[in-house]
Write a protein of this length. Sequence first.
Lengths: 443, 318
Amino acid sequence: MQQTLENFLRALRAVDVRVSPAEAIDAHCTVEAVGYADRELLKDALCAALAKSEEEVDRYQECFDMFFSREEFREPPREFDSGSDRIADQPLAQMLAGGTGEEFAQAMEQAANEAGVANIRYATQRGLFMRRLLDRMGLRDLEKLIAELKRSGDPEDADIAARLDQGRDYLFDEARQYVNRQYELYARPAGEQLREEFLVETGLSAIEQRDFDRMHRIVRRMAKRLASRYNRRRKHTKRGVLDVGRTLRRNMAHDGIPFETQWKQTKIERPKIVVICDVSQSVAAAARFLLLFLYSLNEVIASLRAFAFSAFLDEISDILENKTVEAAIPEVLEKIGFRPTDYGQAFADFDEGFMDAVDRRTTVIILGDGRSNDGDPRIDLMRKLHDRSKAVIWLNPEPETFWGTGDSEMLRYRTFCHVAKTCSTVQDLERIIDDVLKSYIRA
Amino acid sequence: MNETSLPKSTGGSQDGIEPIIEGLGGSGYIASRRIATAIFVAQNLNKPILVEGSAGVGKTELAISAAQWLDLPLIRMQCYEGLDESKALYEWKYGKQLLYTQILKDKMGDTLADADGLDGAMDRLHDFGDMFFSERFLEPRPLLKALQQERGAVLLIDEVDKSDEEFEAFLLEILSEFQVSIPEIGTIKATVAPLVFLTSNNMREMGDALKRRCLHLFIPLPDAKLEQRIVAARVPDIDERLKRQLVAFVQMLRQEDLKKLPSISETIDWARVLMLLHAESLNVDLVRDTLNVLLKFEQDFAAVRRSIPELTRKAAQA
């Protein structure tokens, strides 16, 4: 039974429920306390011990059901006398002749344990493991027996051989299905993980439409991670600087003798962020994901104002706030996107309508390539933005070597950015935003 | 982890989960199987339970009812930003220390009078030991108090997600070993490990280290059947038909797109309000007048205002 539990824990790890060695010990203790008899009790108890968040609970339950459902084995085709002495010394043939589905399930599980089927990693290994599994069950002996029976020429033997042939087909089917289930359980989730890891490092413009859902999950996780780190107003005790006034007041009760010292504190404000996002033709491929990032950020950061622009600029905070992600992003793109970029006009629109959103506690993040189709870049407004805000951060999907080439005004804008960086993958995005929040908001 | 070094657990039973469901039911808490299982495992494994769920699903209530059922003192600690050791664990009674030194001044003078030289007086002072830093001058705060209870206790650490990360780290020692270290005295260990509940509203993600030390229990919003039983347990005199209707109404309300979904505590409040108004069944006016008990945001109120008649009609058929 210990082996079973170990395998279950491996299956859990495969679906990204984290099980540390200490939790594995907990799981064993839990099983000791509740036993295997009551399935529901076991499920709930292990769930309490192992799954540590709402999402993990969902994944755990799915995995538990899949793992412990010993799906019904079909009954083997048995229409012949198991007592025939021809097959007396062949356990597998015996079982084919007289065994039940349940017995097969048990035998197969045991053979699977011996063959290490749970180690399966890739789809291409399925054939190999199926072969190993069948070998453990004694397929070779069975095949030898069938060959012998066929050779003997006795019509009765030939009959048994034909039946055993059928039985062997049955066995193949079941083994194939069993290995497939094991593959689903242990290996497929790992593939999913691989895909996510790959996406995180892929350039934003190279990500395909079909990965959108997956990206949404990744980006959301990341935004949540960032928000939980920075979204709280905190007090920071500055060790070493005594707050004399507060210390005296605190210690009035003790005759003014300073038993309790009070130290000076600095308050850390919640981040106040304005994001201006380019959704024009030149960044069309990346725009969708920049918006996705904006959407997720908006879900987790309380005071975020979002703007999008191409030929003109408009606020999109409301759309992000009130619509689902599936509806919001196309709406923004339709309303504002895919027109030729005009940075000058965009800054002018911003200056006219929304400049009051920016004060000296605001961090302005601009997502765009800085390619203004040779229009007036309105550097003066960029300077104004720089002067009014706490920090201006420019994230450009293009590599730095491209800046300033062709119609790119990036080098001129760069002068008025506190930070200007290339940001072409989700990983970059997280790293930069993390840095930004750390250095500019906590300072 | 060395099992034998841990203190024995509070009210551990080997009888499975039915006694727990019954026991909690006795104190007015209708527990689902999963809740009971979590408590069962917690008692047997000696681990704290981290309870999560939206506001008002009965996280805090669970701890209170458990204390009532086990007949143990409930020690409650509310967490907030800036909570620190001196408020959670212990503090020295400065005033008392001060007072005693004043009173004992003469006595000390006498004792030290015949000591020869400064070194002698110093040695003499050392003989008193750490008189002023002994347990007599220790003011236990909730965590320490929970460890000191001789029969064990139910410790409720409420809204642990509101505390700072430093405090969370500080909880680790207490939660895994049921002991605390006080520099001046040493390590204080619980004789009977308290049954610990931590509640969280998911204001922030709790650290992995804390999660690993806890069992996890997520309490979802209840289904209609369970909610009816809960209302019946909490508002015993309620009319059968009204109960059915109001639960049906709340259940439907939860399908709507609301900022804050009404939870169990709101259902119970609403039931009480309707009882006060001597209502026997739901009607549109009644619902409109009392809906502010269920919905806490103006936007939510505006969102459902138009569908009140329809929801009421559907609920009336339940």
